[in-house]
Design a protein around this ligand. Structure first.
Ligand code: CP
Length: 309
């Protein structure tokens, strides 16, 4: 039962719970009208202290498509955080008005702090460079829907693996499936954090390699997960400018890839995927954004514990 629980880290859901969630998402995709009133009378609060297009709007679309309603703020400037209010006080207040809350915050751990004080379920919608569990649900549903399974893949993760929270969450989640090999493609300065390498990959005996050149490995990959260099997390603009165009996936690189490669990206993209490949059937990042709404519909139903059709 997920009713009343928080989602702060991808490991908060077991593999079995993920499977039930994806089954529900699949049923919603097949017949969305059947779920059009599932959350009638419920309110979702979106508390976003950091900018967002997909996560906030897909949460809001999800709740509206379930017949519920939404309220919230899209920047700390438009909330009393700008007057110095703590996350703990904010969530206790939001809990007086809403039934469930999705929170994005630039500080790592802020949604967890909120969850500890919250009378309603809190969903981490991205905390600093740490985790982004609902993007991981999106990524897993995309892979499962398009490939029919979540095991036995060579998965390339490319770009900013240091600050890219979607990468950290996806590695944690995928490491629980059989036969996953990771190829971690990044400049030296943007390699995955030590805690991911040591606590997730080495400790669990997961096969992985770390390399710098995408073209050396693209032909071996089943899934390529591209990421943006996270300008907002750099301390130094000169370093960002030096590293920002480290990787550009274009037609020439796609020629070296497998026919059934799936190219994912959490978006937004900057330059790391050339628009010239957007019409390549292997480019699935806009489909992925749509799966994000459906999986958030399923998650809201589960956390609210409303009756499933
Ligand atoms: N993928 C993602 O988190 O996008 P937004 O920053 O637009 O929400």
């Amino acid at each position: 039962m997920l009713k009343g629980r928080h989602l702060i880290d991808p490991m908060d859901l077991s593999v079995e719970e993920l499977e039930r969630l994806f089954e529900l998402a699949g049923k919603i995709i097949e017949d969305p009208k059947k779920y059009a009133e599932s959350c009638k009378g419920y309110l979702l609060a979106t508390c976003f202290y950091e900018p967002s297009t997909r996560t906030r709007l897909s949460f809001e679309a999800a709740m509206l498509r379930l017949g519920g309603q939404v309220l919230g703020f899209s920047s700390s400037d438009s909330s009393s955080a700008s007057k110095g209010e703590s996350v703990k006080d904010t969530i206790q207040t939001i809990g007086c008005y809403a039934d469930i809350c999705a929170m994005r915050h630039p500080k790592e751990g802020a949604p967890k702090v909120a969850a500890l004080a919250s009378p309603i379920p809190v969903i981490n919608a991205g905390d600093g460079g740490h985790q982004h569990p609902t993007q991981t649900l999106t990524d897993l549903l995309t892979i499962r829907s398009l490939k029919g399974r979540l095991s036995n893949f060579t998965v390339g993760l490319c770009g900013d693996l240091k600050f890219g929270r979607t990468v950290h969450s996806l590695i944690k989640a995928l490491a629980r499936y059989d036969g996953i090999k990771f190829v971690l493609i990044s400049p030296e300065e943007l390699k995955i954090p030590d805690y991911i390498r040591e606590e997730i990959l080495i400790k669990n005996n997961i096969e992985f390699e770390e390399i710098e050149r995408l073209e050396h490995t693209i032909g071996t990959l089943d899934i390529l997960y591209m990421t943006r260099v996270q300008r907002e997390r750099f301390f130094n603009e000169a370093d960002y400018i030096r590293l920002k165009d480290s990787y550009i996936l274009d037609k020439s690189k796609m020629k070296m890839a497998k026919e059934d490669l799936a190219v994912l990206h959490p978006l937004p993209r900057v330059n790391e995927i050339s628009v010239e490949i957007d019409n390549d059937p292997r480019a699935v990042y806009f489909k992925q954004a749509k799966y994000g709404m459906f999986v958030r519909m399923a998650l809201i139903i589960k956390l609210l514990g409303v009756e499933e059709c």
